[in-house]
Design a protein around this ligand. Structure first.
Ligand SMILES: [Zn+2]
Length: 251
């Protein structure tokens, strides 16, 4: 009896979790990421975060067309890399979802993407002043922050509303963690949801601090390349994630 119990237990433990069970936690975290980005001011009524499906790297999850602060797990939709919903009856999606699909296609290392319009980053996309790490929380910017100018593709409404524009943005991003979109916002990428949320928040804060420093002195004392490299890893932004999660009312 006891032996049979352990045999059954071992078989149960070895069995892979049903896809829905593993996705449930991921989708709860993604929905939480939407609400955290809204609470911290990285996104307002616009902006989005996605996560690649770990069970199928050719798919990603994104919220339906809804302000981020209102996100629930039931609002998340699965897309393929052409940014078409897996379920043809899925609710309407964000127009700019091609940002995410084309970055996932171009960057197999990327597991999560944020697109945001935080006002603080806008000046660095329109003045030629490069966004550079001004403090220790943004060392990841030390590898450089390219600027994507959608005007190079012709006259547009500024939105990344088709796969071609998504591909062009992914080419500008190249292997970097962050890129700016001229007159529009920014995109941040990372190997995890927690890191991409941290990078988005601290990109916004760095832009705010750098603009303030430039007002006091046109040549502020930036982090050196070596300092940026040493501070880039942080703690995977686990501490702020824990705080933000609690502030969002989650255990
Ligand atoms: Zn946008």
């Amino acid at each position: 009896m006891t032996r049979l119990y352990y045999v059954l237990l071992a078989a149960f433990m070895a069995a892979p979790l049903p896809a829905q069970t593993s996705n449930k936690e991921l989708l709860e975290e993604l929905s939480l990421a939407y609400r955290i980005l809204a609470r911290t001011g990285v996104v307002d009524a616009y902006g989005h975060v996605t996560v690649r499906n770990p069970a199928n790297p050719n798919h990603y999850f994104m919220q339906r067309n809804l302000p981020p602060a209102l996100s629930t797990p039931a609002d998340l939709v699965e897309y393929d890399l052409d940014s078409q919903p897996v379920d043809p009856k899925a609710p309407q999606g964000f127009i700019e979802r091609y940002i995410h699909g084309e970055i996932y296609r171009a960057r197999p290392d990327v597991m999560a993407v944020v697109h945001f319009h935080a006002p603080d980053v806008i000046p660095f996309g329109v003045t030629g002043v490069p966004l550079r790490p001004i403090y220790h929380m943004a060392g990841f910017l030390g590898v450089g922050v390219p600027v994507f100018d959608v005007r190079a593709t012709g006259v547009t409404d500024m939105l990344i509303r088709n796969p071609e524009l998504g591909k062009a943005l992914a080419r500008t991003l190249s292997d970097k963690p962050v890129a700016l979109l001229r007159g529009h916002g920014a995109v941040a990428v990372a190997e995890s949801l927690h890191v991409v949320v941290g990078r988005s928040y601290y990109t916004m804060m760095n832009a705010r601090l750098q603009a303030e420093a430039l007002r006091l002195n046109p040549n502020p004392n930036y982090l050196t390349d070596e300092e940026a490299k040493r501070t880039a890893a942080q703690d995977g932004f686990e501490r702020p994630w824990t705080l933000w999660k609690a502030e969002a009312g989650q255990k």
